[in-house]
Write a protein that binds this ligand. Sequence first.
Ligand code: MF3
Ligand code: CO
Ligand code: CO
Length: 287
Amino acid sequence: MKRRWSVIKGQPLTEMDKKILAAQKKGFSVPSRNLVHSAEQIEGIRRSGVVNTALLDMVASEIKDGVNTAHIDKLVYDFTKDHGGIPADLGYQGFPKSCCISIDNVVCHGIPDEKTILRNGQIVNVDVTTILDGYFADASRMFVVGGETTPEKQRLVDVTLECLKVGADAAKPYAFCGDIGYAIQCHAQKNGYSVVRELCGHGVGLKFHEDPEVPHYGKPKTGMMLVPGMVFTIEPMINMGRCEVHFDQLDGWTVTTKDGLPSAQWEHTFVMTESGVEILTDRKSVV
Ligand code: MF3
Ligand code: CO
Ligand code: CO
């Protein structure tokens, strides 16, 4: 959907209005005003991020050989409820569980299951989205079961985290979503990896998935302009082998690599500020 920036009637144009209107005039995609959140809304998302971060810290201590993923899911549900929140995944478009747990060649949206048992050496993504007082925070981390895996899988996990970092560094105020995608794609490919294209980062905060779409590949100065007050995720899915993925038709959710090689993902929720992004889903926010 093409959005337009609307000015507030009867008020002088701010510096931000001027920058956005100039870009809009040149044909760049710009946000609509409702994608720019108020200080109060950002505080709400930040509080949701605090619970989300503590939740992933709790998950970290429970990832062990022999544990089934439905058990982790139950801990996610209980912890979220105990902290006054709601797990956004549960019932979202029919998703049956409270988090996604994606192992090795599973790219994302793995459904927790009693029969899926964690084993030493696996690389595992746990993705959790928390709703607190109506505000959404979305993050995921990689875990290595037992703390040790092959050098190849460890490098994939590490480089994928670097991809998230270079993406966040490219997210400057008045830059574009494509700048983020370009930075990530360059870093992944430089390391011999490929970027999943079918799934993207997204606006988040008042809803689970909102504009802008944040692809993890692309070209500079394409996609939506990012302006202070916007809240969005960056969540690169990086494959060791080819970029193609397969969507499970039976369960309707699980995404795997077509070539069967491992995939990794890290995700944070960010708010754009006047100087760059601030992470709303890391320990810095937990006071
Ligand atoms: N948390 C995922 C994301 O990063 C979305 C999961 S949707 C679910 O956007 F239904 F699978 F939970
Ligand atoms: Co997300
Ligand atoms: Co997520």
